[in-house]
Design a binder for this molecule. Structure first.
Ligand code: PML
Length: 245
């Protein structure tokens, strides 16, 4: 029987998070993957690698489809993002309010560690407004092949990671959409994910802005305990890549 393990890497420098990544791999691939992940951060003074056996593994057949939208600047990018969110039932003012908060640093000017959860009435419903919620325990079954294919088409390794996370997140029935910008000041491409599509918007944030984060928009009737259990505890592998549009 195949034995799968989750490998999570976190690196920090002077107390500040600088890099993080996660894989779900077969036991025999652990040495290679641990070595790869330990070489990923460029600079750090603390590096943590956690390996855990997965006892209950679930599958998602296909990732979200991927569509790239190139725009003139981040202001136009956010207009497009808000329109996509509105099409998913998110009120324009609510979308704009929380997008602005993410661009300014959601915790008194600092980034949240995880995502905020906002319901369609505009209330923040995550349990801890500093930590937020983290989508973990997700990977592609054949990460190598999918990474090669996406890179060939001009996408980055970040797309691979973010697409896997967004696919798991949007697979929960109570989550209707996600908005994301990176906290890397040089990485300005962000995305909005819906039930079918990962809309990669380039650019979605201003160059050199160190603020970033994620917003999960959920139904008013969402079961928050269930969302935490699903996103933070259940493990999934994604079998195939969706359409590249
Ligand atoms: C993309 O290039 O597809 C967007 C990736 C956003 C990554 C966000 C992050 O890593 O923090």
């Amino acid at each position: 029987m195949k034995e799968y393990f989750s490998v999570k890497m976190r690196a920090s420098l002077q107390g500040r998070h600088v890099s993080g990544a996660e894989r779900i791999v077969l036991k025999e691939d652990l040495p290679t993957v641990i070595s790869q992940l330990s070489q990923r951060p460029k600079e750090y003074d603390s590096l943590n690698i956690k390996v855990e056996k997965i006892n209950d593994l679930n599958y998602i057949e296909k990732s979200l489809n991927v569509k790239t939208i190139n725009v003139k600047d981040w202001i136009e990018g956010n207009k497009v993002a808000v329109e996509i969110l509105q099409n998913q039932g998110v009120d324009k003012k609510i979308a704009e309010k929380y997008i602005n908060l993410i661009h300014q640093g959601a915790v008194n000017g600092e980034n949240m560690r995880g995502a905020m959860i906002v319901n369609l009435s505009g209330e923040r419903v995550e349990k801890d407004k500093t930590r937020g919620i983290r989508t973990v325990n997700i990977d592609f079954e054949d990460r190598k092949a999918i990474t090669e294919l996406l890179k060939e088409k001009g996408y980055t390794e970040r797309t691979v990671d973010a697409l896997a996370l967004a696919t798991k997140t949007l697979n929960h029935p109570d989550i209707v959409a996600e908005y994301c910008i990176s906290d890397d000041p040089s990485y300005t491409t962000g995305y909005v994910a819906t039930k079918t599509t990962y809309y990669r918007i380039n650019p979605l944030k201003q160059l050199s802005n160190e603020k970033g984060g994620r917003i999960y928009f959920v139904k008013d009737t969402a079961n928050i305990e269930d969302i935490y259990q699903y996103l933070e505890s259940e493990a999934f592998l994604i079998k195939q890549l969706g359409d590249l549009q």
